[in-house]
Design a protein around this ligand. Structure first.
Ligand code: PEP
Ligand code: MG
Length: 744
């Protein structure tokens, strides 16, 4: 190590150079070179914090690929570097890729340097940036090196603040100085539905002005006759799509395309277009004008069910324009494309799936969970990225979408493409594995892997991977895509198909879990201030007994011959459970009186996802037949972190000691009363938590079907005795950091 003082002197010299030259980029470049040399590391990178966007941007690097600077951005709290800043502490790791908070950046050679140190640059309470040092695996950073780097960081804070002042005086954006077109080589988002796809992109803006389509249309040559044949063609197209979707997605198909068909048959829209044509407008212009008139009127209405109608009009107008156009295929062609969109509704996901798109990048702050659930069930990789510049990339851009970790690579180089293709091949090989029906640990303990079903179409994958049964059926999904509450008969048909899809195996049916971010456009007319704390799940069902009873009657009838287990979500007290169970018993009595065939002895269980039930779990264990732990909500309520709010994502920590100890308490109480427990939240599908879960006694896991091969493989690699020891060790730890070390 070089003399520490020497380094500090060099800095003051740099300060002078900086003041003289006013060239910030070259100053930062010299700086990282100098630190790398003094610290004898292969990589030194400087990230600066952009307060407006609350994100870090790689400003200069020594050791990573030269063009990486400017292209890498991450949110505060994201990855190890973002975490160092948000937690205002240095993070050191001997093998960075094993760290739970690690996020991979492709294409900059980061993967070559596993020894990692990130030191935040702070000035008072102000966050300035992060300095990151990296070198090859096997050469971990010592405590002394951390101290030196921290000193460097505190020196840097001063200099960078000067730089900021200068930039402000020059009235140009800090990050943009000498780099007006920051490249978008890699955008890091959040994975909402797994998968790896590559292809060219198409950008869909929900509020894109329809008149933009006119530039691609033949305006003058079309006649009223053309418009009439276009209506015919569109109607028959919509009818056949509706039939096709109904066959494939019977539970959720409902009226998505029928709504368009109805509009097409509605004389007010069509006659408005005809009048406009008669007045001398071209058919294309008339369609746009009439559609805009309705879109304008619908959009002004507060009720968001009506507002969604504006989308229907828009979608229909685009379809009409497409059919009217001689370049049908070019206008809005989606097949085999990666769609970049600024907003998506659940019905959009179904439409896009029908168009056979490859994947989706959703550019928006938050995502409602049913959009993600639908994408997962339809096998569409989906990344949510808070990077609006993606909406401006050109249509000939080529993108790699790694939705397993949330990375979007725009126009990647050959090296990135090769790494990506290899990963893609490995995923395909895993998905193609012929799986054994039975899951065991390496020392022979029998485990049970169930599946979470969102759409009936998930059953195919679940059966292919030999799920032991349905561990969670999210019954709200068919409710979410309709325009009204489904009747008992409609539900009966859906649940019958569900039961037939996994005959002879356990079927855990969760009653309606709406509210929170699962909004019914036909019911939730008024926004709740705190929807996750609001009229959700079982609270809704108990408030609307008729809707609840209709659902229970439908499932009891549909599963008359099945191993049915009914589960109530979001139970918070013993009374609530007993009340819900009473409604079920009442339904059974009614069905008996009606002379209907129904399930007489379903097991009745509780979803453990509200912290209040953990304290009364023993009393609940005396009443309930089973528990299923919904870690997604349990974590959100235990840690007071909105699970859909990207801004607090770094606080959503499944391995927080309070979460792990709570899980252990639940397991111990259930064991004492011999009540079966499963884990059905996302934690159950993360390999890193598997040893802990098995170690505290979990034997039943319920995961999305696509995760079955991966989890089965992971289970087989676990030695239970070892896992028990690890779990005990972890339970004794009180700090997140210490637990992270153990989990590696
Ligand atoms: C959970 O909360 O963990 C869960 C499985 O339910 P959902 O994600 O549907 O709220
Ligand atoms: Mg839940």
């Amino acid at each position: 190590m070089h003399n520490h003082l020497e380094l500090l002197c060099d800095f003051s010299e740099l300060n002078w150079v900086f003041n003289e030259s006013q060239s910030i980029d070259s100053f930062f470049e010299k700086l990282v070179d100098m630190v790398a040399e003094h610290m004898q590391t292969t990589v030194c990178s400087l990230y600066l914090y952009d307060e407006d966007h609350r994100e870090l941007q790689l400003q200069a690097t020594h050791g990573l690929k030269e063009d990486a600077a400017g292209s890498i951005r991450m949110q505060e709290g994201e990855g190890l570097t973002g975490k160092a800043l948000s937690e205002k502490r240095s993070i050191v790791s001997g093998k960075a890729s094993n760290h739970p908070a690690y996020k991979f950046f492709g294409g900059v050679n980061e993967e070559l340097y596993e020894s990692f140190m990130a030191v935040p640059i702070l000035r008072g309470i102000n966050k300035i940036g992060v300095i990151v040092l990296q070198r090859e695996e096997g050469k971990p950073f010592s405590k002394a090196e951390v101290v030196v780097t921290q000193t460097i960081a505190s020196q840097l804070a001063n200099i960078i603040e000067n730089a900021r002042l200068l930039v402000d005086v020059n009235r140009s954006g800090f990050a943009d100085v000498e780099r007006p077109n920051v490249s978008l080589a890699l955008v890091r988002g959040k994975s909402a539905s797994d998968g790896l796809v590559k292809g060219s992109v198409v950008v869909l803006r929900r509020y894109q002005d329809l008149t933009e389509y006119l530039s691609e249309m033949p305006i003058d040559v079309l006649t009223l006759n053309d418009f009439h044949s276009c209506i015919k063609e569109t109607a028959s197209q919509l009818e056949s799509i509706q039939v096709e979707v109904e066959e494939q997605l019977s539970d959720v198909a409902s009226l998505i395309f029928s709504a368009h068909l109805l509009m097409l048959k509605d004389s007010s829209l069509i006659s408005k277009i005809e009048t406009l044509i008669a007045e001398g407008n071209s058919p294309a212009k008339a369609i746009v004008e009439a559609a805009n008139y309705y879109i304008g009127r619908f959009s002004k209405v507060k009720d968001h069910y009506i507002r969604e109608k504006a989308d229907d009009v828009r979608d229909l107008a685009i379809r009409l324009l497409r059919n009217l156009s001689s370049q049908k295929d070019d206008l809005c062609k989606l097949r085999d494309k990666i769609v970049i969109a600024d907003q998506l509704l659940p019905s959009d996901i179904l439409k896009l799936s029908h168009e056979k798109i490859l994947g989706i990048v959703l550019v928006s702050g938050g995502v409602t969970s049913h959009v993600a659930l639908l994408a997962r069930s339809l096998g569409i990789p989906l990344v949510i990225a808070d990077e609006s510049r993606l909406l401006d990339i050109s249509g000939d851009s080529f993108v790699l979408l790694d939705a397993t970790i949330g990375n979007v690579y725009v126009n990647p180089d050959q090296a990135v493409l090769e790494i990506f293709t290899k990963k893609q091949q490995q995923e395909v090989a895993l998905a193609d594995l012929e799986l054994e029906g039975v899951t065991t640990t390496s020392d022979g303990e029998r485990l049970y892997l169930y599946c979470n079903i969102n759409l009936l179409s998930d059953l195919k994958v679940a059966n292919r991977y030999k799920a032991e049964g349905v561990g969670l059926y999210r019954s709200e999904i068919p409710f979410l895509v309709r325009s009204d509450f489904p009747s008992e008969e409609e539900q009966f048909l859906v649940y019958k198909r569900l039961a037939a899809g996994m005959p002879g195996k356990p079927l855990v049916f969760r009653t309606l879990d709406i509210g929170g971010d699962k909004v019914l456009s036909y019911y939730h007319h008024e926004k709740e201030e705190n929807p996750f704390m609001g009229m959700r799940s079982i609270r809704f069902s108990l408030l609307h007994r008729d809707i609840f009873a209709r659902q229970l009657r439908a499932v009891l009838r549909a599963c008359a011959k099945s191993d049915l287990r009914v589960m109530f979500p979001m139970v918070s007290s013993l009374e609530e459970f007993l009340e819900a169970r009473r409604v079920l018993f009442d339904c059974q009595q009614e069905l008996e009186a009606d002379g209907k065939d129904f399930c007489r002895a379903p097991k009745i269980g509780i979803m453990v996802e509200i912290p209040s039930v953990v304290d009364i779990i023993e009393s609940l264990a005396l009443e309930a037949d089973f528990f299923s732990i919904g870690t997604n909500d349990l974590i959100q309520y235990l840690l007071a972190v909105d699970r859909t709010n990207e801004k607090v994502a770094s606080f959503y920590i499944p391995h927080h000691p309070a979460v792990l100890r709570t899980l252990n308490r639940i397991m111990k109480s259930a064991e004492k009363h011999d009540v079966s427990v499963s884990v059905c939240g996302d934690m159950a599908s993360r390999e890193i938590y598997l040893p802990f879960l098995l170690g505290i006694g979990v034997r039943n896991l319920s995961v999305d079907p696509v995760y079955l091969p991966r989890m089965k493989k992971a289970c087989a690699g676990i030695d239970l005795q070892q896992a028990e020891k690890v779990a005990q060790k972890i339970l004794a730890l009180s700090s997140i950091k210490a637990i992270e070390k153990e989990l590696l």
